[in-house]
Ligand binder design. Structure first.
Ligand code: F0G
Length: 363
């Protein structure tokens, strides 16, 4: 009655899916965990909130290690292995290290990760440990970790897989291709959180390539948002001691500074900053009103969009895509607090149905 079983279409990871549009050839060993192909989730509640025609969330928490980093890491590790590397290194606020560790494990090579001491979330640390990375907590911030990672990769036999490696940006640009594939056009505005601005630059690269081959008619405006205590692009210069609860984007000296400035200018986009309070408000809004659970940093783009609408920018008639970069399970503690910051503990009840019904307000 249902016919013969069909071979289900299986997404093959971004290198296989976009092979002809990436800097790879037949000799490149493809190390993949099936990354990419993430949902573009309609977000009507957010569209209503900001007064836009349509808003979609590109839900990058659905990647194999729970963040967008996997798109760049499949490229960076594949190319590293192609060049004969036996070990990769990265500096990280947590997600890059989780991804590097997983792809290195899949490739059968060693990974070394440098993280700022005490400043990465338990979820992310557990991933790096699970995938058997050699983890070093550095007495400094992310920017110090990156300087150290660059120094080590320049002078020792270890391959750098941070987004200063162009292979990372190359892989991450596939997210823009997917948005265009899903919508059949480009958005008017693309919004995302910014740390090193690697992802901001990568999306712009993807859209620019789609524009060149006439898959889209115009370049989306690129809107990048940072946390107020860690907003070098808004300040116009590096921030020495960045501070925010959004640890993933606690970065004072962005590695992709120049690329990002070009992307902002050419796309007629902008940078902005939001407070930790605004980030946490949007974090809750996305999970409660849209069913999309992200880590706080990942709510920064949507928080910035909301702030722009509140301060007078009109999005009437606009088609907007907002990238939410990492999964809520990476940093679950923020969901377990109410707006006032108090711990949320579920009520305990007996096994008596009448009593439970009463507690639930059903009786
Ligand atoms: N969102 C999340 C969840 C991130 O982990 C990061 C960066 C960003 C946004 C910002 O992206 O740096 O390309 O502008 N995390 C890096 C890391 C720094 O080490 O995991 P970006």
């Amino acid at each position: 009655m249902f016919g013969k079983p069909k071979k289900a279409h299986q997404w093959r990871g971004v290198i296989n899916e976009y092979f002809s549009r990436l800097d790879v050839d037949k000799s490149t060993p493809i190390i993949t965990l099936g990354e990419g192909g993430t949902p573009l989730v309609p977000a009507p509640a957010l569209a209503k909130l900001v007064g836009a025609d349509r808003v979609y969330l590109k839900f990058e928490g659905m990647n194999p290690t729970g963040s967008f980093k996997d798109r760049g890491m499949t490229m960076a590790v594949s190319k590293a292995v192609g060049h004969g590397a036996r070990a990769v290194i990265c500096a990280s606020t947590g997600n890059t290290s989780a991804s590097a560790a997983a792809y290195a494990a899949a490739a059968g090579i060693k990974s070394v990760v440098l993280v700022p001491e005490g400043k990465i979330t338990l979820g992310k640390l557990s991933q790096a440990v699970a995938h058997k990375a050699q983890i070093l907590q550095v007495q400094g911030n992310f920017d110090d970790c990156l300087t150290l990672a660059r120094d080590l990769s320049d002078n020792y036999p270890v391959h750098l897989v941070n987004s200063v490696n162009p292979d990372r940006i190359e892989g991450q640009k596939t997210a823009a291709f997917e948005v265009v594939d899903a919508l059949g056009q480009g958005p008017d505005i693309h919004v995302l959180p910014v740390g090193n601005a690697g992802n901001y630059s990568a999306y712009f690269k993807g859209y620019q390539e789609d524009f060149k081959v006439r898959r889209i008619k115009k370049l989306p405006k690129m809107y990048g948002y940072q946390a107020e205590g860690s907003a070098p692009f808004v300040q116009g210069s590096p921030v020495k001691n960045p501070e925010t609860i959004a640890t993933a984007i606690r970065i004072g000296n962005p590695a992709s500074w120049d690329l990002a400035q070009i992307a902002r200018e050419k796309s007629q986009g902008k940078f902005g900053a939001v407070s930790d309070k605004e980030i946490l408000w949007m974090h809750r809004f996305l999970s409660q009103e849209l069913g999309v659970f992200v880590e706080p940093s990942s709510a920064t783009g949507a928080a910035g969009l909301y702030k722009a609408s509140k301060t007078g920018e009109s999005f009437a008639g606009a088609l907007i895509v907002v990238t939410v970069t990492g999964h809520g399970l990476k940093d679950p503690m923020w969901a377990l607090k109410d707006e006032a910051g108090n711990e949320i503990t579920p009520e305990a009840v007996s096994t008596n149905a009448a009593e439970v019904a009463e507690r639930l307000g059903l009786a």
